[in-house]
Design a protein around this ligand. Sequence first.
Ligand code: ZN
Length: 100
Amino acid sequence: MARLIDPERYEAVLNRFEEHLTEFGKLKAAEAVRSLIKGLKIAPTVDAVEVVHGYTLIADEPKKVLLDRKCGICDQLMLATDNYCPMCGAMNDGERKDNG
Ligand SMILES: [Zn+2]
């Protein structure tokens, strides 16, 4: 899973760093960069997964009356009312590419 940083919380970390930089005055640039990198490694993160944007197509051979659509990403049969593909999880909010 990708590691996403909460920019507002990381900004607070940088503000605390800046306070210390002013306090100690002569902090060398290399030390400052190392401190920033260290801060980045321990920065607060949020749980998130990448969203795949897909689309639905009319199924060629629907197996059941209700399963009359298929995912444009993985071809999984699905309901016309499904917002997400039950197989690959793609969010079906994209443009159809079959001119349908
Ligand atoms: Zn899918």
